[in-house]
Write a protein that binds this ligand. Structure first.
Ligand code: ADP
Length: 627
């Protein structure tokens, strides 16, 4: 069986059609294996509803033996030919993950590399090398090839699709719209007003961008507070980008409010939107739900059930918030998966990594860790923060302070954000994002309610996302475990304390023979030669998955540290926790390959976790988050 490295649904431009029109873009399932890239047609009518009902037996498709899966019944294989392939990814993150994997699989394939053009063929020539023949060999190879054939995986452009998928002209400034209000935290920052447009003057990899507002004011803004203008529906509470029809139904039923509604991307009609509405019913105690596709006239006017035309979708929604006009109810309550609260910023203002302790108020003690007491408090009286008060002698402070500037630029929604440090006094403080539900280990052990398999999987996915980000930055965690993850008020799990172990001054913790060394989370090469790598983090992630599925049990609980080391080196592995299905266990088990290079990357792991096919029902039942 060819093992599948990645599997995603993308928007694919037709091979045959000369002209680019929205009709020529179709959703296709793409599979990447070591030997080939293939794509499949997907029957949206049957696809989702039939998941879970198909037998889990092995199915043959062409020359590839694929694991038995409910999904396969809904896909029709299409032969992949070697023409230019234009593919649009729904998210930037997914695009990056694919490009990363593609790079890796074609690394040694000189045949493919020759055909490679990094840019598009537009206006009769390749933008990269100006050759005019469409089948010209790629004479414009970059140091490392970053595409398969002429595969151009770009951000999915929502309706209307572009006339030709071309990269934006050089020098053209990016326009963004603010998703949240942002109040400047220091003089270099620029205020953001939710819904307003801004021009990006300087876009770097850093989490702060230089922007200009409509009044010509300039300053730095947190890049995670804005979105490109083409996706501007994201600013509305009623818009949920990535939810399916059945998830929308579940949310609306849970809420159970007359007139509850969600606007989402249509599952069956690419580039279109659907409004899902809930109304109470005299016959059905569960209520009724209708899904209305937002229609568009040839003149680009939008309408719903009856022809009340509007030039934008927000105008259309606003109209139906006041008039049912043919709908089962007027749109009374926007329903969404998570409260759209503003995310953390990478630091308390651009460039502010030294925090004035006078701006901190201490409110309560949260716990004690390796470095001492951790307190909950406020910064300038309004922002929640956690304050680690570093016990003198417990940390090599100067080294940490140097590194803190780098760590501040690590910013991801599933990483506990480092806000800054107070280093002008002793003890020094480390200021981070506050996580109201405390550490994941206690959360798993103490919560009285039963977690659904989908909730446990969601926790692992959160951690895997953060780790994929760290992996992409070539940053090692070195002490990944449930005790080093925290849970926020919305039940989202985030990874904490990344890289901190390097600054611990305690032999019991730093030596692999020490009593505090995370032996139970360590692979053989760390136990034997202290060889840390992203793949040793992958091993620890497998153990963390095991902790999650065993609700906070101690790994290898019957053994002490030296017995554990001995057993792990001899090839003993953790057993399957009761709550983990065979498929979930297979994922964690893959992290414990004796040879580090045989373990999957976080990017591959995330692909497996997201794959409903690999997970049986876990990936399909959507339960929301524990509160
Ligand atoms: P250390 O890094 O010094 O070992 P920990 O990070 O383990 O300390 O913190 C000790 C305890 O404090 C944790 O178990 C957790 O309950 C609490 N805690 C730490 N950081 C936060 C935070 N950011 N938000 C909420 N609680 C926290």
């Amino acid at each position: 069986m060819a093992s599948i490295i990645l599997e995603s649904i993308f928007l694919k431009r037709s091979q045959q059609k000369k002209k680019t029109s929205p009709l020529n873009f179709k959703k296709r399932l793409f599979l990447l294996t070591e030997s080939k890239l293939s794509y499949y047609e997907y029957d949206f009518e049957r696809g989702v509803s039939l998941w879970g009902c198909w037998p889990h037996t092995s199915t043959k498709h062409g020359d590839e033996d694929v694991p038995g899966s409910p999904l396969w019944g809904s896909f029709k294989p299409v032969v992949y030919d070697e023409g230019p392939l234009y593919v649009f990814s729904p998210t930037e993150e997914l695009r990056k993950r694919w490009i990363h994997q593609l790079k890796s699989v074609i690394r040694y394939n000189s045949d493919l590399v020759q055909k490679y053009h990094p840019c598009f063929w537009i206006d009769g020539q390749y933008l990269c090398c100006s050759q005019t023949a469409k089948n010209a060999m790629g004479s414009c190879l970059p140091a490392s090839p970053c595409s398969l054939l002429s595969l151009a995986v770009r951000k999915m452009v929502m309706k209307p699709l572009p006339p030709e998928p071309a990269p934006s002209a050089a020098g053209e400034m990016k326009k963004v719209v603010a998703l949240y209000n942002y109040v400047p935290m220091n003089v270099q920052d620029l205020q953001l007003q939710k819904g307003e447009e801004y021009l990006i003057l300087e876009e770097s990899h850093l989490p702060w961008w230089k922007a200009r507002d409509k009044n010509g004011r300039e300053g730095y803004i947190p890049s995670n507070y804005v979105t490109e203008t083409s996706n501007s529906l994201e600013i509305y509470e009623w818009y949920s980008k990535n939810i399916t029809r059945s998830q929308a139904e579940q949310l609306l039923k849970q809420e159970g409010k007359e007139g509850g509604f969600i606007v989402r991307d249509s599952t069956s009609k690419t580039g279109k939107y659907t409004v899902s509405v809930y109304a109470k019913s005299a016959v059905d105690p569960q209520g009724m739900i209708r899904h209305y596709v937002v229609c568009c006239t040839p003149q680009n006017q939008y309408y719903l059930a009856e022809k009340h035309l509007f030039s934008t979708i927000p105008e259309l929604i606003m109209y139906h918030q006041h008039n049912s006009a043919g709908l089962i109810s007027r749109l009374k309550y926007p329903v969404s998966r998570h409260r759209k609260s503003a995310p953390s910023t990478a630091g308390l203002g651009y460039g502010s990594w030294e925090i004035d302790p006078k701006d901190l108020t201490f409110l309560k003690e949260l716990g004690t860790g390796q470095f001492g007491v951790v307190k909950y408090g406020k910064w300038r009286g309004q922002y929640n923060v956690a304050i680690k008060m570093i016990r003198e002698g417990s940390m090599s402070e100067d080294e940490f302070i140097d590194e803190a500037k780098v760590m501040m630029n690590l910013s991801h929604e599933k990483l506990v954000q480092l806000y800054g440090v107070c280093t002008k006094q002793r003890p020094i403080f480390i200021i981070t994002e506050y996580m109201a539900n405390g550490c994941l280990l206690n959360f798993l052990r103490e919560t009285q309610r039963r977690f659904q398999p989908a909730e446990l999987l969601e926790m692992c996915k959160d951690v895997c996302e953060a780790m994929e980000y760290l992996e992409s930055k070539q940053f090692l965690h070195r002490d990944l475990a449930a005790r080093n993850c925290l849970v926020n008020d919305q039940g989202i799990v985030k990874v904490s304390d990344f890289g901190l172990s390097r600054y611990v001054l305690d032999d019991e913790y730093t030596s692999s023979m020490g009593s505090k060394f995370p032996v139970r989370w360590s692979p053989p090469e760390v136990l034997l030669y202290s060889k840390f790598s992203s793949k040793s983090d992958v091993w620890s992630f497998g153990v963390l998955m095991w902790e999650v599925y065993s609700l906070g049990k101690m790994p290898y609980e019957r053994f002490n540290n030296s017995e554990t080391t001995e057993h792990v080196i001899q090839g003993l592995r953790l057993y399957r926790p009761q709550q983990a299905s065979e498929r979930v266990y297979a994922i964690m088990y893959s992290c414990w390959h004796e040879k580090a290079e045989e373990r999957p990357t976080f990017s591959t792991l995330l692909g497996s976790i997201l794959l409903p096919r690999a997970l049986g029902l876990e990936g399909l039942i959507w339960e929301g988050r524990p509160q």
